[in-house]
Design a protein around this ligand. Structure first.
Ligand code: GLU
Length: 285
């Protein structure tokens, strides 16, 4: 008999769900149902500026309309900063984090400057890599800049983290087979942001472990992130789920749907008289 797969749908309440989310949520719930596993809904609401209660309410409402049922209570990441803080303290204790005081503008200027140098840092999945300006600050500098009270992020020292982790790091992707993690493609990734004391990468990895998720399903646009998540799992001694990065629903012009594509939101489809069964069909399920 197949082992039960415990899955989760983890939207960020920064806008209305669209057809692509409907596909992802229904697909994810189905993976759990088919194997007798649990289906969990999680609110990834760490962004204090972009997340809104009205979007969270709309997510519950739209998913229920689609016929989904999930476990209560829903874990809201904004209520669990202590868990992320503990993980940061562990990584800090391993000497793998450093504070970064750079503004976006400073990073941009440094990258433009470095682009003319022979050894510039390169491009990662989220754009140009951090050029490492704060990596080499002295401890004294760090302390005095912290005392001056300016905001700072915490970055993972990727080279040290790689050296501290096991080799090779692999994960099993149900669509693509065994994948070897190359987290260095992200450079010194931010694990705690200036405006919120965690990050997508850290919070999602900790939560998947704490919630006992055994199959992470999400769009293939997030596959690169899994390289970082696999590294964090290794460094923090977390369970390693299986992964399934599914294809993305595109609009007529072949572009992927975004939260701003108003006509394809579940809200708009409902208002246009579509039934949950119609939406399932439109999503190709
Ligand atoms: N919160 C992320 C999003 O809405 C998804 C996270 C994940 O599935 O890993 O794009």
């Amino acid at each position: 008999m197949t082992k039960p797969l415990h899955t989760r749908f983890a939207p960020s309440p920064t806008g209305l769900l669209h057809l692509g989310h409907a596909y992802s949520a229904l697909f994810t719930a189905e993976q759990a149902q088919q194997t007798g596993g649990r289906f969990i809904l999680r609110m990834e609401d760490i962004d204090p500026v972009r997340c809104r209660a009205e979007f969270e309410d709309a997510i519950y409402d739209d998913l229920a309309w689609l016929g989904l049922e999930w476990e209560q209570p829903v874990r809201r990441q904004s209520e669990h900063m202590d868990d992320y803080g503990q993980a940061l303290a562990t990584l800090e204790g391993m000497g793998l984090l450093y504070p970064c005081f750079c503004t976006r503008k400073e990073i941009k200027a440094e990258i433009e400057h470095a682009a003319h140098a022979p050894h510039h840092s390169g491009i990662g999945p989220d754009g140009p890599l951090y050029p490492g300006t704060c990596r080499t600050l002295s401890e004294d500098d760090r302390q005095s800049r912290k005392q001056a009270g300016g905001p700072f992020a915490l970055r993972l020292h990727m080279e040290k983290a790689r050296a501290a982790a096991n080799h090779p790091l692999v994960w099993r992707d149900l669509g693509q087979g065994e994948i070897t993690a190359s987290p260095e493609i992200f450079g010194d990734v931010v694990l705690a942001r200036k405006d919120t004391p965690t990050s997508y990468h850290l919070a999602v990895t900790i939560d998947d472990h704490l919630q006992g998720i055994t199959l992470v399903t999400r769009g293939e646009d997030l596959l690169p992130s899994t390289h970082v998540h696999r590294l964090l799992q290794d460094l923090l001694g977390l369970d390693v789920p299986q992964y399934r990065h599914h294809g993305l629903i595109t609009c007529d012009e072949g572009k992927r749907l975004a939260k701003r594509d108003a006509s394809q939101t579940i809200r708009a489809l409902r208002a246009a008289g579509k039934s949950p069964a119609d939406v399932r069909k439109m999503a190709g399920l």
